[in-house]
Design a protein around this ligand. Structure first.
Ligand code: ZN
Length: 148
């Protein structure tokens, strides 16, 4: 396997379990053990009730595009992919508490739409690191524009 030449995440004590989850092809988020809300991003204490206690939930692997940008002038490591879309993806069934920023794969940037349903794909970029990305959900069509 060729060496991966792009930036990699640097997990810390709060996010390590999240990255362990992506390595197992799961999306995970902390759930406060006191107020029961999801915490995102992983952090030491609950921003709602300040509890330090939590468990890890396994999330749905689907979501929708909340917004996106199209990158034309990319970091040198990504220059051969430009232009490409990077989206804010709201994960389903999280009350919009979990939003991931991700490149969109398997779709030309011209076809990306706000509200587009997407699903996670897991890219094992090194033996230890797996990056979640998103692609349009198979068979789904984007929502009709308002007023259509
Ligand atoms: Zn809480």
């Amino acid at each position: 396997m060729a060496e991966y030449a792009r930036p990699l995440p640097l997990p810390d004590s709060d996010s390590q379990a999240y990255w362990n989850g992506t390595h197992e092809h799961e999306l995970r988020a902390q759930r406060c053990a006191t107020c029961n809300r999801l915490r995102w991003p992983p952090q030491g204490f609950c921003p709602h009730c300040y509890s330090w206690d939590f468990t890890w939930d396994t999330l749905r692997q689907t979501g929708s595009v909340q917004s996106y940008v199209v990158v034309h002038q990319a970091h040198p490591a990504f220059a051969n992919e430009a232009p490409y879309a990077v989206a804010r993806v709201v994960i389903d069934e999280t009350d919009a508490a979990v939003v991931l920023i991700s490149s969109l794969v398997d779709t030309p940037w011209e076809e990306v739409k706000v509200g587009m349903p997407v699903e996670a794909v897991f890219d094992d970029v090194t033996p230890d690191v797996t990056l979640p990305r998103f692609r349009p959900t198979a068979g789904a069509s984007p929502p009709a524009p308002a007023g259509a």
